[in-house]
Write a protein that binds this ligand. Sequence first.
Ligand code: SF4
Ligand code: SF4
Length: 383
Amino acid sequence: METRTYKNSDERISLLGFGCMRLPLVGDTQEIDAEYAGRMIDRAVENGVNYFDTAYVYHQEKSESFIGNALAKYPRGSFNLADKLPTWFVEKESDVPRLFDEQLARCGVDYFDYYLIHNINEERTSIVERNRIYEQLKEFQRQGRIRHLGFSFHDRPELLERFANQYDWDFVQIQFNYVDWELQDARRQYLILKGKGIPIVVMEPVRGGALATLCDEAVRILKDAVPDASPASWAVRYAASFPEVLTVLSGMTRMPQLEDNLRTMKNFKPLSPYEHEVIGRALAAYKLASTIPCTSCRYCMDCPAGVDIPKVLMIYNNYCQRKGDPRNELTLCLEYDILGEKSQAHHCVNCGACTEHCPQRIDIPSWMRTVSDLVKDAEAAAS
Ligand code: SF4
Ligand code: SF4
């Protein structure tokens, strides 16, 4: 198993991290299939995986106790356990030690190797400040109950920069894959963290499975280049090829996914310039096969009303490609929010300035109305 070093220490972290948010379930229930999942954990450990990521809320609050039990037979120093404070459950200062102690008990450990403030966005930064979350967690760290303190993040790069500067962080977890490089500006997020020397934990390298099930043309492009590599392995290698990435989390549900990831990370080779070019072509095919054939060429920009047309269309296409995902509406709202209010579709005044420049002859104003209405409905359903 390929490993990365935590900063200048002798701490080696497996480049493949096991995400415990999509564990196998028993039949149609929401109950974790502990026997099957336990075999996956054992197989991962046997093959050198030493980073396991859970959170208070995963699997209806059952993920922590599952992974705690599954790892209990291994020496405590042989694995890294990452857990996350459910920021949105913190209403007063005393909630922080209460939740933290509960998490230690659920996992059956007396310290966390990596501990994160979960899912930081604009609203949650004030929860952190109001309840002295950072200061309290820093105290737990001084007591040896947290080894490395960080946060996971889903918002705009400007906020990432502000929050990363506001406190002293040991690591940060971001959504990072070859679609979000542009769509959620993961590129800027990566550069901000790289500039500050903060190790990066990658989540969603396969974008919730979307990059494992590409359209036929994108698959053909990848297969022509490397016949025996799966689409998922390309996505995992993409994320792992960035040197500041400490580990790439994969939320694995079935043994074959684990085996595929193990193959990728055991004989890990960073993407070559040619392979980056192959991914670029596959990404272009993926975009073309989407509901709206936008290629993100940006010939239609700038919109006088400030709408970021290609990003709005990409968000819609991603929504269409995730059909059947129970979190689809929520993800849509999140991506739309990250886009930023000023760039959203409802600002379109139907001036038509964009359509004449579009080589794909997309009826942009009409799609702006469609997307705006769709998001409104999704937000109403979520509230
Ligand atoms: S039609 Fe709408 S999206 Fe297109 S340029 Fe005009 S305001 Fe912008
Ligand atoms: S010009 Fe057309 S294809 Fe190009 S980014 Fe704009 S909408 Fe997409």
